[in-house]
Design a protein around this ligand. Structure first.
Ligand SMILES: *[C@@H]1O[C@H](CO)[C@@H](O)[C@H](O)[C@H]1NC(C)=O
Ligand SMILES: *[C@@H]1O[C@H](CO)[C@@H](O)[C@H](O)[C@H]1NC(C)=O
Ligand SMILES: *[C@@H]1O[C@H](CO)[C@@H](O)[C@H](O)[C@H]1NC(C)=O
Ligand SMILES: *[C@@H]1O[C@H](CO)[C@@H](O)[C@H](O)[C@H]1NC(C)=O
Ligand SMILES: *[C@@H]1O[C@H](CO)[C@@H](O)[C@H](O)[C@H]1NC(C)=O
Ligand SMILES: *[C@@H]1O[C@H](CO)[C@@H](O)[C@H](O)[C@H]1NC(C)=O
Ligand SMILES: *[C@@H]1O[C@H](CO)[C@@H](O)[C@H](O)[C@H]1NC(C)=O
Ligand SMILES: *[C@@H]1O[C@H](CO)[C@@H](O)[C@H](O)[C@H]1NC(C)=O
Length: 693
């Protein structure tokens, strides 16, 4: 066996060629190039030009152009942490008469140098159809057809990994059967290391004439500076190789360390002033800022022009345009998170278009254009705009979550803050589509100071998203029903005003709008308060337009328990009076500070509407009214409001007052109150919370 193996020792050394732009690549007075190949420090030509003996490059000028060598190893490229060298292969060949015409083993020994064969980049490769390599690796194939071009899976070519830290590669190859019967397509066998990405097996590699081309396949060597760890090396500043703005890291393949420029710097870490600041702002294709880019040492600052704000970063919030008057708007997103997730998984563009059409985008667009010039139109947002506005539906932007979905705060490029609402998915029923579009359109035209303004929608998503103005100070429910122990802070005067404003808004929806609109989900949680505690009726998520020719609409019962009109609940007959009932519950809430439904209360008191009416009947009103209201509210006013609430809560819809009557009555009470009272509501004391009975 050993006779079959011929070992030829190619004594060795090695290195490199250069990458890197040329700011500072060599020590002063040193030549950068050997022929066409850059030789950057720590490599160098001549002792004074390299970091150490191992990095001293011999530039052999007897070649044209000259070629760099590390010892006897020819280098084709010097890279930051590795060098590419010319290959040395072990091979044998027969000519067509069956005579052995070539047989050379290969050996590279890197001991005593800081070089190792890269275990990640190189593969040990054996080719041939009758080849036995000295490490026992064989490849056999008896027909040309069995050789698979481009594949090193064993038939004609095989490849295996090499071990980490390998410093010596010695191999010889022989034929097992003198290539008998296969000479027509295979004259040679060979074994060599190869940079994996750079070698693609071809059947032509079997021919004697092509063997030299195999030496063009590069091999990658790693190197390290010195033979200590970073930690040890840093102890001796004079010997430490990493210069300004760079740091060192341990070599993965061997002992020793390497240097690299710090983030934000580029260049040669082994030279003083080698690592130079990268001017990120000059990168025209990949400028990191959306706004103004200011380069800094090792980094950059993004900022926004005066007319906009935010962090200015492309991968951050970018720049958001300020708007002059800063109207505060709100965006409420119903069912947003699942919607967004489910959408992301699919092909967005196609879907967007589909949803847009499915959601009646074209119809709506048409309607909008027909309104143009009237100054009240729905803005159609793109899914992308809303994604940006909510900072990709950022958790921190959630301002509410409920049965109808999630409500997000959004910021539009003109700095308007808004809330996004997504209607429930059942809306997507084709038959309801036209109605839905009408609703968006008509509700957008509603213009009442106590109705949350809808500013647009997005139809590119599976469920239409609705965009509303932002109302800063939360819901009436939130202010009325604080956690036990906390104070409810709304004065009687404010309560009366909020009731009046809400009644006015509902009255407007029922009668003043071009088509009557039934809200269907009037409750304290749908009455929003702005920074002046002005009421804004919100969430028309359940609302239906009430066609003029019908006074009742049979529809799925919607609404919130505790506010539901029992008549509507039992008959599903929807009228404006259903809203009146719910408003009655809100009045009871304002008077008592109690939640409409509370299972912590005794059986008889669970339903606020019921026990409020009973209390009134039994002349026990002031037992149930909140302490602060009793103290501050004029008795006759409190009584009047209570009686009004009772009329709203009448079991029979037709016996309830209309919203118009309710609004007028509250208006009257408030008028007399304001003129009679000198106390300003701002100075009103904080109301004590009414502890549940
Ligand atoms: C870098 O090299 C280019 C071309 O090789 C040359 O034009 C340029 O002047 C060099 N810059 C420096 C700083 O040496
Ligand atoms: C340059 O290469 C030639 C050919 O391989 C060789 O004969 C010569 O000794 C080399 N010169 C040096 C300085 O290594
Ligand atoms: C093969 O090589 C042998 C020995 O060198 C030679 O005599 C013979 O002519 C060659 N045959 C062919 C076909 O080249
Ligand atoms: C291969 O060739 C050698 C010398 O040419 C010969 O001694 C040997 O017997 C041959 N082997 C086979 C299997 O043909
Ligand atoms: C490390 O290098 C020093 C000098 O360069 C040498 O004396 C020492 O033997 C080396 N240590 C090892 C483990 O290679
Ligand atoms: C630090 O390195 C220098 C240069 O290699 C050497 O002369 C000196 O002795 C070293 N100092 C220590 C404390 O190892
Ligand atoms: C960059 O921004 C940071 C933080 O805003 C600031 O502290 C620093 O002074 C800025 N640097 C420059 C050069 O503008
Ligand atoms: C909201 O109301 C609270 C009182 O409950 C008040 O302290 C706060 O300043 C208000 N917030 C805004 C934004 O007006």
């Amino acid at each position: 066996m050993s006779a079959m193996l011929l070992l030829l020792l190619v004594s060795s050394l090695m290195i490199a060629s250069a990458t890197a732009t040329n700011k500072t690549q060599t020590k002063p007075g040193c030549q950068l190039k050997c022929g066409n190949i850059a030789v950057p420090y720590p490599f160098g030509m001549g002792e004074k030009c390299s970091i150490d003996e191992w990095a001293n490059i011999n530039c052999n000028t007897s070649f044209h152009p000259p070629k760099p060598f590390i010892g006897t190893i020819e280098v084709v490229q010097f890279l930051e942490t590795e060098v590419r060298i010319k290959n040395t292969i072990a091979a044998y060949c027969y000519n067509q008469s069956g005579a052995s015409i070539y047989n050379i083993p290969s050996s590279i020994d890197l001991h005593g140098t800081p070089y190792t064969f890269s275990s990640t980049k190189n593969k040990y490769t054996v080719i041939g159809c009758d080849t036995l390599a000295s490490d026992g690796c064989t490849t056999r194939c008896d027909k040309r057809e069995n050789v698979i071009q481009g594949s090193c899976s064993g038939s004609g070519c095989c490849q295996t990994s090499i071990s980490k830290g390998l410093k010596e590669f010695t191999v010889a190859v022989v034929s097992i059967d003198n290539h008998t019967n296969i000479l027509s397509f295979d004259e040679c066998g060979a074994a060599f290391l190869a940079e994996e990405d750079k070698y693609k097996f071809k059947i032509s590699d079997f021919y004697y004439n092509n063997i030299p081309s195999l030496t063009e396949v590069p091999v990658v060597l790693n190197f390290a500076v010195g033979n200590r760890t970073c930690k040890e090396a840093k102890k001796n500043a004079t010997a430490y190789a990493c210069k300004d703005n760079s740091d060192c890291y341990d070599s993965v393949d061997d002992t020793g360390y390497l240097c690299g420029c710090n983030t934000g710097y580029k260049g040669n870490p082994y030279l003083t002033l080698g690592c130079q600041d990268v001017n990120e702002c000059e990168d025209l294709n990949n400028n990191p800022c959306e706004g103004i880019c200011t380069n800094t040492q090792g980094s950059y600052n993004c900022s926004c022009p005066d007319d906009s704000y935010s962090d200015g970063r492309k991968n951050g919030d970018g720049c958001t345009k300020k708007s002059k008057e800063l109207p505060i708007l709100q965006l409420s997103l119903v069912g947003g998170s699942w919607l967004y997730l489910s959408i992301r998984k699919r092909k967005l563009v196609k879907l967007k278009k589909k949803f847009f059409q499915q959601n009646g985008g074209l119809l709506l667009k048409h309607q909008i254009s027909s309104h143009e010039g009237r100054g009240k139109s729905t803005k159609i947002f793109t899914a992308e705009e809303l994604k940006l506005a909510t900072n990709n539906y950022d958790q921190r932007r959630i301002i509410g979550q409920g049965g109808s979905g999630t409500v997000y705060k959004g910021i539009l490029p003109d700095l308007r803050i808004f809330v996004l609402a997504i209607k429930k998915s059942k809306i997507i029923d084709e038959s309801q589509l036209g109605q839905f579009i009408n609703e968006i359109d008509i509700l957008t035209q509603i213009n009442h100071r106590n109705v949350v303004k809808r500013i647009g929608c997005c139809l590119e998503t599976e469920v239409p998203l609705l965009v509303y103005e932002f109302v800063a100070n939360g819901t009436l429910s939130h202010h009325l029903h604080k956690k036990s122990g906390e104070m409810s802070s709304i004065s009687w005067e404010d309560r009366l005003r909020i009731a009046t404003e809400t009644a006015g808004a509902l009255s407007y929806l029922h009668s003043a709008a071009s088509i009557p609109i039934i809200h269907r989900d009037v409750k304290s949680a749908n009455i929003l308060l702005d920074e002046h505690y002005t009421a804004k009726v919100a969430d028309f998520g359940a609302s239906r337009l009430n066609p003029l020719d019908q006074t009742q609409i049979s529809t799925l019962v919607q609404g919130t328990m505790g506010y539901l009109d029992s008549e509507y609940f039992h008959t599903s007959q929807l009228t404006e009076k259903s809203d009146v009932y719910s408003f009655g519950v809100v009045l009871a809430e304002l008077l008592t500070g109690e939640k409409p439904l509370c299972f912590e209360r005794s059986q008889e008191q669970r339903n606020l509407a019921a026990y409020f009416v009973v209390s009134l009947k039994e002349n026990r009103l002031f037992e149930v009214v909140e302490a602060g209201v009793v103290k501050k509210g004029k008795t006759d006013h409190v009584h009047a409001v209570a009686k009004l609430a009772k009329r709203c809560l009448n079991m029979k819809g037709e016996e309830r007052s209309t919203m118009k009557e309710v609004a007028a009555e509250l208006e009257g009470l408030r008028g007399s109150y304001s003129s009679a009272s000198t106390s300003r509501w701002e100075t009103e004391p904080i109301w004590p919370m009414n502890v549940p009975r």
